[in-house]
Design a protein around this ligand. Structure first.
Ligand code: CA
Length: 227
């Protein structure tokens, strides 16, 4: 497993790299946004740790460009942890965020959580839904609409396939977190709303403005499996 560390402060990059190596990961470091994209393009990166404030190209933009092509897990390092920064990070496609200053051990736990094989895969939907229009492919972590790949993050994918696994069931936010993201996910309940909002944006079309995800007011969400 190879981790790309994108960080312009050499001291931080070194600490992160040392910890990651101790966990058995290979690491490669980029000190600016453009270099990060270059290294990513070369391939075989399994996870990206991405600082937000970077020379040449900022972290948000790096995240956005990577997301055009890949569902690779991205953990953002944010200097501030205000709600708007977090929402911004998740909106641009990061899977998780850690605010600075951070504990390297916490960061390692977040990395493990992102790279862990999906033991929950049994609960995940797979195959065709919505009259064959939507396909969920857990092997490739791909969501397709009318045969076209919809670029989603790993967490978005997990949430959508959890909802689709039981189309008649309504899930509370807490249940979605537990089933899709695992017990050690420590985001807020309301983070789910941000994921749902992004999923809807990616899937919605006239007649399906909700992106096949129905809001059940006062309770949570369910998959809206109508043609
Ligand atoms: Ca920085």
């Amino acid at each position: 497993m190879k981790i790309l560390i994108v960080e312009d402060e050499a001291a931080i990059a070194e600490v992160v790299s040392a910890y990651a190596k101790r966990e058995g990961y290979e690491t490669v470091t980029a000190s600016d946004g453009l270099k990060a994209l270059e290294i990513f393009e070369e391939g075989d990166i399994d996870l990206i740790i991405l600082d937000l404030m970077l020379p040449k190209l900022n972290g948000e933009e790096v995240c956005r460009r990577v997301r055009e092509k890949s569902n690779v897990p991205i953990i953002m390092l944010t200097a501030r942890s205000s709600e708007s920064d977090v929402v911004l990070g998740l909106d641009t496609g990061a899977n998780d965020y850690v605010s600075k200053p951070f504990s390297p051990r916490v960061l390692m736990a977040r990395i493990r959580a992102q790279l862990r094989p999906k033991e929950t895969r049994d609960n995940m939907a797979s195959g065709s839904f919505a009259g064959g229009r939507i396909e969920i492919d857990p092997e490739r972590v791909e969501l397709r609409k009318d045969g076209v790949n919809i670029p989603v993050t790993r967490n978005e994918f997990l949430i959508f396939s959890t909802l689709a696994s039981k189309p008649v069931r309504t899930w509370s936010r807490e249940e979605i977190i537990r089933a899709a993201l695992g017990d050690d996910y420590d985001g807020f309940d309301r983070t789910i709303d941000t994921y749902i909002k992004t999923l809807r944006k990616k899937l919605s079309e006239p007649g399906h403005e909700n992106g096949w995800i129905k809001t059940v007011y006062g309770f949570g969400y369910r998959f809206d499996d109508e043609n």
